[in-house]
Design a protein around this ligand. Structure first.
Ligand code: ATP
Ligand code: MG
Length: 419
C-alpha cells in the first residue's frame, strides 16, 4: 500500500483524556479511533493487526479440531434465565435492551448459554462426540472501569471456544490439548516467554481455572511466578492451603503485574445439567455432557503487545502480526530515486511481501519518525546517497543502526526465510 493512499494520519499528541499507553500509541499511529471511553474502532492498520492475530489463533484452534462459527449479538432473556445469569446481581456487566413488543433481550457479554443451547439441538448421541466450536465475536460489557485502553474495552473481540465431551477422560484429554495449543498461539505472537499458565479461581466444577497471564506493567492482575516451575498462581487464590495443593513454596514466588490474555474453564457437567444437555451413551443411558470453555482476548492481546514492545519512539510489532512487513521510505523526488523505489515496491508486491511505501513528498525526519511510530518491523530507505553506493539502507525497527546492503542481498535474506 502507498502511504499517499492511506487515509489515516499520525499525530504527535494523543487525546488528553487518554491515559493508557497502548491506546495513546495506537491512536497516535492511526491504528485505532476512540469513540468513547472503552470503545475503540479499528482503522485499516489496526484491523490488519487484529486479523493477523485472529489468523494465528484460527490456525491453532483448527489444529485441535475446533469448528468456526458465529453466534449472535442479540440474545433472548430466556436463555440466560435457566442458569440464573440474567440477573444483574449475578452478572453485573450486562447491556440490556427491549424489542418493540417489550420483550427483553441482552447484548452478548458472553455466548456460553446460547452456544450450549444451540449445540443441544445437534448433539444427542455419544457418537456425535467430541465436538469443539469457536468464534471470533464482539463482546459488549458494561465494565465499571475502562482506563486500560484496548486492554479493557466495553466492546472488544474475543475468541471463545467450547468443547463437549462424553466423560471426564475425553474432556481432560481435550482440555490439555488446548493448553498446548494456547502455548503455541502465545509463542507465535512473540509473548510465549512472558506468558504463564496461572492457577486462578473459577470453573464451577474444578478447584482452579487456568489463566494465561502475560507479564505487563499495565496489566490489571497480580500473579505470583514460581521460579523454576514456569507456572504462576493468581493473587486472588494465593493461600497456604492452595500453595500446598499445588506443591509450591511461598519463598519460590515472585509477584508481578500481568494481563490475562486467555483463560480456560472446566465446567464438568454442571452447566449441561442446568441446561438439560443430555445424550444417550453406548448402553442407551442418559448422560450429561462435559463442557469446557476457552477464551482468548484478541483485542486485549493487541494492546498488551503494543505496550510491551514499544519504546520511546513508538510501536514495535512482532513480524507475525505486523500490519506490513516492510516500511519503504523514499527520500526526495529525484526521478532516479522514485524509479528505483517504485520498482522495489512492485518487486516486493510480486514476491508477496507486504509493504507500506512512504511515497509522500514530506521531510525525511517526518518519514523516519512515522516509521518508528508505526512499528513496522523492517525499514528500507532509498535516497540519492544509497543510489550512489548502488545499495539500499536496511534497518530492523528494534536495531540501533541501519546497514547498507544490495538489493540482491536483501532478496537473498528474504528467500532464506526472512530479513
Ligand atoms: P477480566 O478478569 O480481565 O475481566 P474475564 O474473567 O472477565 O477477564 P472472560 O470473560 O473469561 O474474562 O473472557 C475471556 C478473555 O477475554 C479474557 O481472558 C481476556 O483476555 C478477554 N477480556 C475479558 N474482558 C475484556 C475486556 N473488557 N476487554 C478486552 N478483553 C477482555
Ligand atoms: Mg471481566
Amino acid at each position: 500500500m502507498r502511504r499517499t493512499q492511506l487515509f489515516t494520519k499520525t499525530r504527535k499528541e494523543a487525546p488528553a483524556d487518554e491515559v493508557s499507553k497502548n491506546a495513546q500509541l495506537l491512536i497516535r499511529a492511526g491504528y485505532i479511533h476512540k469513540e468513547m471511553a472503552g470503545v475503540y474502532a479499528y482503522l485499516p492498520l489496526g484491523l490488519k493487526v487484529i486479523e493477523n492475530i485472529k489468523q494465528i489463533v484460527r490456525e491453532e484452534m483448527s489444529r485441535v479440531d475446533g469448528q468456526e462459527l458465529i453466534m449472535t449479538n442479540l440474545q433472548p432473556r430466556e436463555k440466560w434465565e435457566t442458569t440464573g445469569r440474567w440477573d444483574d446481581k449475578v452478572v453485573d456487566i450486562w447491556f440490556k435492551t427491549k424489542l418493540k413488543d417489550d420483550s427483553e433481550i441482552g447484548l452478548a457479554w458472553s455466548h456460553e448459554e446460547p452456544i450450549v443451547d444451540m449445540l443441544k439441538q445437534h448433539i444427542n448421541s455419544y457418537k456425535d462426540f467430541p465436538v469443539s466450536v469457536y468464534q471470533f465475536q464482539t463482546k459488549l460489557r458494561n465494565e465499571l472501569r475502562a482506563k486500560s485502553g484496548i486492554m479493557r474495552g466495553r466492546e472488544f473481540v474475543m475468541k471463545d471456544m467450547y468443547s463437549i465431551s462424553v466423560d471426564s477422560k475425553q474432556h481432560d484429554k481435550y482440555y490439555n490439548s488446548v493448553i498446548e495449543a494456547y502455548k503455541k498461539v502465545y509463542d507465535r505472537l512473540g509473548i510465549g516467554k512472558d506468558t504463564y499458565v496461572t492457577f486462578a479461581s473459577g470453573g464451577a466444577f474444578t478447584q482452579f481455572s487456568h489463566e494465561f497471564q502475560t507479564v505487563c506493567e499495565a496489566g490489571e492482575d497480580k500473579i505470583h511466578l514460581h521460579q523454576g516451575k514456569n507456572i504462576a498462581i493468581n493473587e486472588e487464590v494465593l493461600s497456604d492451603a492452595n500453595l500446598e495443593k499445588l506443591g509450591m513454596n511461598r519463598s519460590d514466588l515472585r509477584q508481578v503485574s500481568s494481563s490475562e490474555v486467555g483463560n480456560i474453564f472446566n465446567f464438568g457437567t454442571d452447566k449441561s445439567e442446568r441446561m438439560g444437555f443430555d445424550f444417550t451413551d453406548e448402553q442407551g443411558q442418559k448422560q450429561f455432557a462435559y463442557l469446557g470453555s476457552y477464551g482468548i482476548g484478541i483485542t486485549r492481546l493487541m494492546g498488551v503487545i503494543a505496550e510491551k514492545f514499544a519504546d520511546e519512539r513508538g510501536l514495535m510489532w512482532p513480524e507475525s502480526i505486523a500490519p506490513f512487513k516492510v516500511y519503504l521510505v523514499r527520500l526526495g523526488e529525484d526521478k532516479a530515486v522514485v524509479d528505483v523505489a517504485d520498482k522495489l515496491y512492485s518487486e516486493f508486491e510480486a514476491a508477496g511481501v507486504s509493504v507500506l511505501y512512504d511515497d509522500r513528498a514530506t521531510a525525511a525526519g517526518e518519514k523516519f519518525a512515522d516509521a518508528d511510530l508505526l512499528g513496522i518491523p523492517n525499514r528500507i530507505v532509498i535516497s540519492d546517497r544509497t543510489l550512489k553506493e548502488g545499495k539500499l539502507e536496511f534497518k530492523k525497527r528494534q536495531a540501533k543502526d541501519a546497514e547498507l546492503i544490495t538489493k540482491e542481498e536483501l532478496f537473498k535474506r528474504l528467500a532464506q526465510g526472512g530479513f
